[in-house]
Design a protein around this ligand. Structure first.
Ligand code: NAP
Length: 306
């Protein structure tokens, strides 16, 4: 893979920004990487770790002369950042993002994009519950999907160039509308996070079961929710504030299905429970067959040492 972009600017250097930096370095996708981080701590870390060639305290400084600009901060920050970088964007540059919602990103950014700059929203479906510049790794995007949601009339060459960039990072690329993205991600990502946050919060409020018991017996299933519920609160607050309609739609369906399970338990309807659980098991097998998770028991955690 040869250098595709002479200069790439990362606006935000957390888990996703730093993982992109690692992947670009490893695959030599960028001639030079510049970065913006709001805190001196993150700027120092990015410098010390060699994630970027130059780091700036202002987003405008980081995007100057960049051919590819990637917004990598929480989606609630995009409107202000887009307004700030707009005058410094180079004609012909590609402006993209990695935000977990797409409709709101189009709403917040599109109006600021100067003529001649190609705005192509994106979302790598890859992540962990870790945050910050030290949490990134080059392999994060390998064999994961990256969804691009170009707007009507988008420059096809620019879309292809950005697709090629993501393929260089190891991803498979899919194109869809922002609305469809938000609906799909509401069920596959946003609702699971909401459920995880809720179940952990319910357990924390229980009075009949002590918190030490919740921790002690967590391997019964609870532990897997706690991993998701440890995700960054700012990022997830912004996701729910910015994908309200799709999340509420999926939450409505989820509540109806939960009521059906509740009814089946109340009436001792074992057939209904068995059928629903069997179908779920097939979905899990499909995810493993598609290479999106490991088939190892207990997510490959292995047998604890005595
Ligand atoms: P992260 O590790 O928490 O990093 C966030 C970065 O944004 C940090 O550099 C932080 O700066 C900066 N930032 C936070 N608030 C800011 C503000 N008000 N103004 C300017 N910069 C600000 O987050 P992440 O996991 O990389 O997520 C970044 C984006 O990727 C989000 O839009 C998220 O939706 C998307 N995404 C995340 C995942 C995931 O699993 N985590 C997966 C796919 C996409 P400081 O370090 O200086 O505080």
């Amino acid at each position: 893979m040869s250098v595709q972009f002479r200069r790439v600017a990362l606006i935000g250097i957390g888990l996703i920004g730093s993982s992109l930096a690692h992947a670009m370095r490893r695959k030599e996708l960028a001639g030079e990487i510049t970065g913006f981080a709001r805190s001196e701590a993150t700027r120092a870390k990015a410098r010390d770790m060699g994630l970027v060639d130059a780091v700036f305290p202002s987003p405008g400084g980081a995007v100057e002369d960049a051919d590819l600009v990637i917004l990598c901060s929480p989606v609630g920050t995009y409107a202000a950042l887009a307004a700030e970088i707009a005058p410094a964007l180079k004609p012909g540059a590609i402006l993209t993002d990695v935000g977990s919602v797409k409709g709101a990103v189009v709403r917040d950014v599109e109006g600021h994009v100067p003529p001649g700059v190609h705005f192509i929203p994106g979302h790598p479906i890859a992540g962990t519950e870790q945050s910050g510049p030290e949490s990134g790794f080059a392999e994060l995007f390998i064999n994961r999907w990256c969804i691009l949601t170009p707007l009507p009339g988008a420059d096809t060459q620019a879309v292809e160039k950005l697709s090629e960039f993501w393929r260089g990072c190891g991803s498979n690329v899919e194109i869809m509308t922002p609305e469809h993205h938000d609906l799909v991600l509401a069920i596959t990502s946003h609702l699971p996070h909401l459920i995880a946050y809720n179940i952990v919060s319910t357990a924390a409020d229980l009075e009949e079961v002590t918190s030490s018991e919740v921790i002690k017996y967590s391997a019964g299933g609870f532990r897997d929710f706690t991993r998701i519920a440890a995700s960054d609160p700012t990022m997830w607050r912004d996701v729910f504030l910015n994908n309200k309609d799709a999340v509420l739609e999926m939450l409505g369906r989820f509540s109806e299905d939960l009521s059906a399970l509740q009814r089946a338990i109340r009436w001792g309807d074992g057939d209904t429970l068995f059928n629903i659980f069997s179908r779920s098991r097939q979905i899990r097998r499909g995810i493993i067959a598609a290479g999106q998770d490991t088939a190892a028991p207990d997510f490959g955690r292995g047998v604890p040492k005595p």
